[in-house]
Write a new protein. Sequence first.
Length: 52
Amino acid sequence: AGSDAFDITVTDEIKDFARDKAPTVMQLIENPKFLDYAHYAKFRGKITLGRG
């Protein structure tokens, strides 16, 4: 058995990081996008259609 480890150092340059590339959690909560199970299953490869 093995393990992995990460050592991350955050510098002051983090302040200049472009945060507008992804929506914030608050934006996601305010503008929900609902996905029904049929579409979820299709995109996750849970449903396959046979050729008939």
